[in-house]
Design a protein around this ligand. Structure first.
Ligand code: AHG
Ligand code: MN
Ligand code: MN
Length: 323
């Protein structure tokens, strides 16, 4: 059996990436090992269920949302290269007392509605350059995703995996029993074509016309305008749905819908859509709001801003844009 290189070995060999970025990545990766243990312990550690609190998103927090947020926050506050952080679970940004280096935004537990039923969840993170010579403010976090220094996610599924993009390309590591991240997927590439879509169909009546038309075309199968039969998957953890797309192709949509017109979509730009979009683009896919406009070019205006998401296999995303 060939020996797989671990995350430390991979980072050491990545000459193009900044040493400080590697420090941040190593810190997040170590926190994700801790998170994987608490997620796996479930009911044994009493960590399932609701916390009885509502977060800034007006969503009921799970105990694990809070536990995982604390793990990442503590880890990042102890990392010399981090000047500030922002989380789905924190209303405001937090600073570390350091200047320069990097800012980190994160979703500590993505798909938390799945945790009590033992379905895959994840952690998503984005690393952005921090301003030099001063303490960061909220405005410093509002950068287009194109400027991310690195991004990644961990998925806690049948295997626990860490997917990363540093300066180029996308690689994936699998967690072994000793707690080491081993490089198992050297270069991840999303196939350009697919016949598998992911969308929450229960929202169909709220969608805008182009998305209705696109999904209707898929549902008509071979006899319809697309001339092929489609399959559908919806895990309801963005991390798991996007991971499937990285491994075998597909399209993921959480589009704009009319339920809350002042909230353009469900997913959050800075710690869900941007990091996932960088990974998808670096793996050869497309990440857009509507099949056309690139998520990574959006100038953020609010920390917890929401955005419609249409991403995945390049030719399939273009079909939504053509509608
Ligand atoms: P979170 O658990 O961090 O709030 O994110 C859940 C998100 C995303 O992971 C998933 O794609 C989507 O919510 C599922 O939403 P529905 O329950 O509306 O399908
Ligand atoms: Mn999420
Ligand atoms: Mn979350």
């Amino acid at each position: 059996m060939t020996t797989l290189i671990d995350l430390a070995g991979y980072l050491a060999a990545e000459q193009a990436a900044d040493e400080a970025v590697k420090d941040v990545v190593a810190t997040v990766a170590a926190a994700c090992v801790q998170i994987s243990r608490v997620v796996a312990s479930g009911a044994i550690s009493g960590s399932l269920g609701a916390a009885g609190v509502v977060n800034v998103q007006d969503e009921e927090q799970k105990k694990l949302d809070i536990i995982t947020n604390d793990i990442l926050r503590d880890a990042l506050k102890g990392c010399a290269a981090v000047a500030g952080l922002a989380s789905e679970e924190l209303e405001e940004i937090e600073t570390t007392g350091r200047q320069g280096g990097f800012l980190v935004t994160f979703d500590p537990l993505d798909g938390s509605s799945n945790i009590d039923v033992n379905v895959s969840v994840g952690t998503i993170f984005s690393i952005l350059p921090a301003p030099a010579g001063r303490t960061p403010t909220e405005a410093d976090f509002l950068q287009p995703g194109r400027g991310q220094a690195a991004a990644g996610y961990a998925v806690y599924g049948p295997q626990t995996m860490l997917v990363l993009t540093l300066s180029t390309g996308v690689v994936a590591f699998t967690l072994d029993a000793s707690g080491a991240w081993l490089l198992t997927h050297g270069q991840v590439a999303i196939p350009a074509d697919t016949a598998e879509f992911a969308i929450n169909m229960s929202n169909q009546r709220h969608w805008a016309e182009p998305v209705r038309r696109y999904i209707d075309g898929c549902l008509q199968g071979k006899a319809g305008p697309r001339g092929k039969n489609f399959n559908m998957r919806w895990v309801a953890s963005m991390v798991a749905d996007v991971h499937r797309i990285l491994m075998r192709g597909g399209i993921f949509l959480y589009p704009w819908d009319s339920r809350e017109p002042d909230k353009p979509g469900k997913l959050r730009l800075l710690y869900e859509a941007n990091p996932m979009s960088l990974i998808v683009e670096r793996a050869g896919g497309k990440a857009t709001t509507d099949g056309q406009a690139a998520i990574l070019d959006i100038q953020a205006t609010k920390l917890h801003q929401r955005v419609p998401v249409v991403l995945g296999s390049a030719n399939e995303v273009a079909q939504v844009g053509a509608g």
